[in-house]
Write a protein that binds this ligand. Structure first.
Ligand SMILES: Nc1nc2c(c(=O)[nH]1)N[C@@H](CN(C=O)c1ccc(C(=O)N[C@@H](CCC(=O)O)C(=O)O)cc1)CN2
Ligand SMILES: [Mg+2]
Length: 285
């Protein structure tokens, strides 16, 4: 029987630490971290995530504002909005909720954000900083995975880690963060030969593929830490991860569920990055 890693509890404790630091920042320096959240169109899931981000801001003591734009917003208008937010001293973080409607070039929009306000850590400057281990912000999902491993007391130093998935947002930065903690890391992808055999070497297995219940018990070394970054719908429309939880849980040492694992960490780490952005823009780190 594996230990189930409780992402909601870990996320709550990260937000509690952010709230304490925010209270001190307000009292000692008169600074209130501010986050602007931009949402374009009416995707129902995005609406839920944006509401949750605003609630989290209120809970940790941040100022937040929402810019909800219609689905037919032009690129020019969106870039103008971001330009204005870049110049504001009370806004330390800018988050553009993805996905954007098809007619908008996501890269052009994200690249318009000031690197100092890029609390998603999506910009090349912030991605590059992760490579050299000199970063201010970490992308929220991989950083959340590292917090979960830490909370579960998973030893990383000298261990074999396998990351399935090579996306710019999860797989690649995840591998880098594990390497910075002295894991020996392998990144797997759709061309990897004998994927289950490679995965069975992992003491830490991170699944970020985007395929429902893809990782089965034969991918898992007994006792391994299994972290599921996936968010998919199964054949009954129920939310599920990339890991077949029912078959893997008896083999793993510890495992994250979906929902309630990595997902809740995303917003907690956004709070951590926004606090960092406020400190950075005020010369405090
Ligand atoms: N600009 C960004 N856009 C998007 C990001 C992001 O990090 N930055 N990530 C996702 C959406 N997302 C946050 O924006 C997000 C996704 C999932 C969760 C979460 O808590 N999931 C729950 C389940 C929720 C459910 O029941 O549907 C869980 O896994 O327990 C939080 C945030 C895409 N866009
Ligand atoms: Mg989850």
């Amino acid at each position: 029987m594996a230990t189930i890693i409780d992402g909601k509890a870990v996320s709550a404790s990260v937000k509690e630490r952010v709230a304490q630091e925010t209270a001190a920042l307000k009292e000692q320096k008169g600074i209130t971290p501010g986050l602007a959240v931009v949402i374009v169109g009416d995707d129902p899931a995005s609406r839920v995530y944006v509401n949750n981000k605003k609630k989290a801001c209120a809970a940790v003591g941040f100022y937040s504002e929402e810019h909800a734009l219609p689905a037919d917003t032009t690129l020019e208008h969106l870039l103008g909005l971001i330009d204005g937010l870049n110049k504001r001293e009370d806004i330390h973080g800018i988050l553009v909720q993805l996905p954007l409607p098809k007619h908008l070039d996501e890269q052009a929009v994200i690249h318009a954000i000031s690197p100092l306000k890029d609390v998603d850590a999506f910009l090349p400057e912030n991605v590059g900083r992760i490579m050299i281990g000199d970063f201010h912000f970490l992308p929220c999902t991989p950083a959340g995975v590292m917090e979960l491993l830490d909370a579960a007391h998973v030893d990383i130093d000298g261990k074999r880690a396998v990351v399935i998935g090579r996306s710019n947002i999860v797989g690649k930065p995840q591998a880098m963060l594990l390497m910075h903690k002295n894991a020996t890391v392998t990144i797997c992808h759709s061309h990897t030969k004998d994927l289950p055999a490679v995965c069975r070497e992992a003491d830490i297995l991170v699944a970020a593929i985007g395929k429902a219940k893809f990782v089965t018990a034969d991918f898992v070394k007994p006792g391994a830490a299994v972290i599921d970054v996936g968010m998919n719908r199964d054949e009954n429309g129920k939310l599920c991860g990339d890991v077949d939880f029912a078959s893997v849980e008896p083999v793993a040492g510890c495992i994250t569920p979906v929902p309630g694992g990595v997902g809740p960490m995303t917003i907690a780490m956004l709070m951590k990055n926004t606090l960092m952005a406020a400190k950075l823009q005020n010369g405090l780190c």
